[in-house]
Design a protein around this ligand. Structure first.
Ligand SMILES: [Zn+2]
Ligand SMILES: [Zn+2]
Length: 278
């Protein structure tokens, strides 16, 4: 189940997209992984998130394209533990022998103690929401390879970056922010494609939207997280799904999402939706 291949690939899949001089984003089918670190320092970079199941070879070869043969990161940082963000992590940890870091509250899902709730296939909107019934929701077990992020907001091996707790999509969801150029690695707190709609996912039509609906369990927390991210005024945002967004478009769409989160993001009905919508 965990290794089930999801037969959906976006137009951009497999092509690295430079975001900043030291942030490269690789779309793996429908999800992004990020390589963060100066290309001139091939021993000093990290991988953020670990893609879809069976994508380890693609991630390794992209890493070698960027940083040279046998280049291994210092660590893997996870925004959260959903299957499409940890798909290759067990293989990558074996191959690179590097530590993995995630938020304390995400640890039970990464150490085999807890499974995520089953996706909500009833949320209004789209084929991917319907398909989400075949998405694995089981936690994985990284054992002693996974560690909680330091509580002071720092990120191991990412000295200029801080993590922010952005729960809602999952309990221990984090986003990563670098003040000096206001770069934001969002995870799934918001995305730039309507992830529920297959056509939009395939073409990566750009449109800021809330976290993927079928897997988001706490909409109030998700809204608070958007307010937190908007207040950072990011200049560029790399999201877990969709193409990176920057500049005025990002600021305008993020402000609208924050103001109208109940209309734009929260589904009309669904098993994780309760009174806060009405
Ligand atoms: Zn997710
Ligand atoms: Zn995701």
């Amino acid at each position: 189940m965990k290794d089930r291949f999801i037969p959906v690939t976006s137009v951009a899949s497999g092509t690295e997209q430079p975001v900043a001089a030291d942030i490269h984003c690789l779309p793996i089918q429908v999800v992004n992984v990020c390589f963060v670190g100066d290309l001139n320092h091939p021993k000093d970079w990290v991988l953020v998130d670990a893609g879809m199941p069976k994508s380890a070879d693609d991630i390794i070869s992209a890493a070698e394209d960027l940083y040279g043969e046998r280049a291994a990161p210092k660590a893997i940082i996870l925004t959260h533990g959903h299957f499409d963000h940890v798909g290759a992590v067990e293989k990558l940890v074996d191959y690179w022998e590097v530590p993995v870091y995630a938020h304390e509250l995400e640890m039970p899902y990464l150490t085999g103690k807890k499974d995520y709730p089953e996706p909500d296939t009833s949320v209004d909107g789209g084929m991917v929401a319907k398909m989400s019934r075949i998405f694995p929701n089981e936690g994985i077990d990284l054992g002693e390879h996974v560690h909680p992020l330091p509580t002071d907001g720092t990120i191991p091996y990412m000295s200029e970056w801080k993590w922010l707790h952005t729960p809602g999509h999952t309990e221990g969801h984090v986003s990563l922010f670098r003040e000096k150029d206001r770069s934001l690695i969002v995870g799934d707190a918001f995305v730039t494609v309507k992830q529920e709609y297959l056509f939009k996912v395939l073409t990566q039509q750009q449109e800021l939207s809330g976290p993927p609906r079928y897997l988001t369990t706490d909409w109030k927390a998700a809204w608070d997280s958007i307010a937190k991210l908007e207040s950072l005024h990011p200049k560029v945002a790399v999201t877990g799904h969709g193409l990176p967004m920057a500049g005025a478009q990002l600021n305008e769409e993020l402000a609208i999402l924050n103001q109208e989160f109940d209309k734009i993001a929260i589904p009309e009905e669904g098993k994780f939706v309760d009174q806060e919508k009405n």
